[in-house]
Design a protein. Structure first.
Length: 107
């Protein structure tokens, strides 16, 4: 959804990364997450900004099979998702053998 606002010129890609990753990790004091740094967990989503995606019943990936965004066209397509540095989604295929890990919080 934030890429929709980026496309409208309302927010930069850098500000999206700051607000959606860095600020969340900092606010909740989540240890070793929220930044691309050596030794940190690599939780990343890669998108193709040149491919639009319209939410349809056929491509919905929720178990409930519906979305309030049905019919909405996003300005990008998710191509890969990495959890803890492992590719769990790529080119429409899931690897469900890889699970996330519990987050640790700083005191």
């Amino acid at each position: 959804m934030m890429l929709h606002y980026y496309q409208e010129g309302r927010i930069s890609l850098e500000k999206i990364a700051e607000k959606m990753s860095h600020a969340v990790a900092d606010c909740f004091k989540i240890k070793d997450r929220g930044y691309i740094r050596e030794g940190y967990f690599a939780d990343l989503v890669l998108v193709d900004l040149n491919k639009k995606t319209t939410v349809t019943k056929e491509n919905i990936l929720y178990k409930c099979a519906w979305s309030p965004l049905m019919g909405f066209t996003f300005p990008a397509e998710i191509t890969y998702t990495f959890v803890n540095g492992n590719c769990v989604y790529g080119n429409t295929l899931f690897d469900e053998s890889i699970k996330g890990e519990r987050m640790n919080f700083e005191k």
